[in-house]
Design a protein around this ligand. Structure first.
Ligand code: G4P
Length: 554
């Protein structure tokens, strides 16, 4: 039988048509929402679910602040809706798109996990509080997105309140983050008395009716053109006139819209709205889905892997243990990069050089976990992990073996010495510490000769220590003794000529702490960059890396 070109055959079985794969890829939008605490990420996520039809009434989620844990910003939504507490992706359909929103625990729980999640998305939505502008955490997260060339869309939130002038916010994005913005819509009205938005693409005014549901339901509106006389009457002459002037200014003096620049992460489409009062949310969702990129190609050891490559491939970006305390399960979250995933398929695990059958894949829909039968590039799946997966592992088709190339390791900035309070619990202590290291929640170091009595733990943020303490107690029954260390910088050490790094012969080593990572690589922890400079100057031939040497990032 001749194989006709539009259909893929494997061992003579028709798997899927190229068109089907292509269509599935085109309709997927996989993104994360990044923001500083309290800018409105939880609220916006919930409202996107509301507009997406995944939930029908946005709950007024009360006393969040007191309930907040260091596990996931979605806990509040999840508790309310009965979704599993640490589900890491929400998936729903809207207007022909399949949307995957990945949770970035960007709050107290700021950690490597947050960064890693950004490796699995194709774009990011950055929320800015209209009154506060660009804040510290936003800057950090933005930087990671920028480095990865991830397109960023900006949602300026809390427009129902007093805030900075829109033009000033545009300047702030440019001056603080170094990105130019293109306002997709423009708020109508002044500080806290916003009446609606002007959509610059559609060239339409949208005025919102008063919200009588406290943001629980989608908002109704009146639409029309800028010239329509009814708006001058509805808005009042002054507001209408200043809107006309603003739009003229933006059209003549502003950055032109350029989707290529957006795709390259050089220009951010900017939306104004209020997640709480549903103002501008639907407009944002629709424009965003239209403009945001579908699943992107990825670098690998075998060149660029296109999403429409018929061979399945994916990588592990997150591992989470004990999601269900009753079952002690461990899930590895994979992001599909190419081909089609089918339940029960066998894939090649690059790191162990073994085939693995993927039999109980789970997907996280808005309402609950589901066993899934198939998935496509852009989708996120949770796999039961018997302990073989590590962060960054590649899964691919046995007929096309490669490794995804660029999974970053982030240098820890906070350190603590930890040991079990009760020495009888050492076994559980070691098990728990190793588990959390595998999950990527912490990085593990050891002083030479320290044995397994105590470890030095490195994290990206101090709150990870609380998480560590909490999880060891709750999941392993171990009380920790923890001593914070004064170091803020870790550097992997190597000599230019390849000779062994012997701590005793290094000058100035007592200015920091010499440790090994869990692969026995030598690492130096010091207080600051100044101490590092001294050590480099006084140890000729010594090279320092931000990450282990095999990743070489000096
Ligand atoms: P986060 O996940 O980024 O931390 O933010 P979250 O959505 O939890 O919102 C932080 C606070 O900001 C919440 O108030 C929330 O109601 C409020 N908020 C979110 N969007 C808007 C908005 O568009 N306008 C206004 N005015 N407020 C908004 P809270 O006091 O912490 O909680 P609650 O008492 O309102 O539940």
């Amino acid at each position: 039988m001749p194989l006709f070109s539009g259909v893929l055959y494997v061992w003579g079985i028709m798997i899927l048509s190229v068109e089907e794969l292509d269509q599935e890829i085109k309709k997927r939008r996989t993104f994360a929402i990044i923001s500083h605490p309290d800018a409105g990420k939880t609220t916006l996520t919930e409202k996107l679910l509301l507009y997406g039809g995944a939930i029908h009434l946005a709950g007024s989620i009360k006393s969040r602040k007191t309930q907040r844990h260091a596990v996931s910003d979605w806990m509040e939504i999840e508790k309310q809706r009965g979704i599993s507490v640490t589900s890491s992706v929400l998936q729903f359909d809207y207007a022909g798109y399949r949307i995957n929103i990945l949770d970035t625990p960007g709050h107290q729980d700021f950690s490597e996990d947050t960064y890693r999640t950004l490796m699995a998305v194709d774009s990011a939505v950055m929320i800015i509080d209209v009154a506060k502008g660009v804040e510290a955490q936003t800057k950090k997260l933005f930087k990671v997105c920028k480095q990865r060339g991830i397109p960023i869309f900006t949602f300026v939130n809390k427009l129902d309140r007093y805030g900075k002038a829109p033009l000033d916010l545009m300047d702030e994005l440019e001056n603080v983050l170094g990105i130019r913005s293109y306002p997709m819509n423009w708020p109508i009205g002044i500080d806290g008395k916003y009446k609606g938005v002007y959509d610059r693409q559609k060239k339409m005014i949208e005025l919102f009716d008063d919200d009588t549901t406290h943001g629980q339901k989608a908002r109704t509106s009146v639409t029309g053109t800028l010239e329509d006389p009814k708006f001058a009457a509805l808005l009042g002459e002054d507001i209408h006139q200043s809107l006309v002037e603003d739009i003229e200014l933006l059209d003549t003096a502003g950055e032109p819209f350029d989707l290529d620049k957006v795709a390259a992460g050089e220009l951010t489409p900017m939306f104004f709205g209020s997640a709480m009062t549903n103002f501008g949310v639907q407009n944002f969702l629709e424009e965003y889905l239209h403009l945001a990129p579908p699943p992107a190609p990825r670098n690998s050891s075998d060149g660029i892997i296109q999403p429409d490559d018929e061979h399945f491939s994916a990588f592990v970006f997150k591992i989470q243990a004990n999601m269900n305390p009753a079952h002690r399960d461990r899930l590895a979250f994979i992001r599909i990069c190419s081909g089609k995933f089918e339940r029960g398929m066998s894939v090649y695990h690059h790191k162990t050089d073994k085939m693995i059958k993927l039999s109980q894949p789970q997907q996280f829909l808005a309402q609950d976990r589901q066993i899934i039968d198939e998935a496509y590039p852009g989708d996120i799946i949770g796999l039961f992990d018997p302990g073989i997966f590590g962060i960054g592992d590649t899964l691919c088709d046995a007929s096309h073996k490669f490794d995804f190339a660029d999974f970053p390791v982030f240098p820890p900035e906070k350190f603590a010495r930890v040991q079990a309070k009760d020495t009888m619990k050492r076994k559980q202590f070691v098990k728990g510490i190793e588990q959390l290291t595998q999950e990527g929640a912490i990085q593990l170091f050891q002083q030479p000769g320290a044995g397994m009595e105590s470890y030095i733990v490195g994290t990206v943020g101090t709150l990870q220590f609380e998480v560590l303490e909490y999880r060891l107690k709750n999941e392993y029954g171990v009380d920790l003794l923890m001593q914070l260390q004064p170091f803020e910088v870790a550097r992997w050490l190597a000599f230019e000529d390849g000779s062994e790094v012997v701590p005793a012969s290094l000058k100035g080593i007592d200015r920091g702490m010499f440790v090994h990572d869990r692969h026995e690589n030598p690492v130096l922890l010091v207080n600051n960059e100044w101490a590092l400079g001294w050590i480099v100057d006084n140890n000729p031939g010594l090279e320092l890396y931000h990450v282990p040497m095999d990743k070489k990032e000096a």
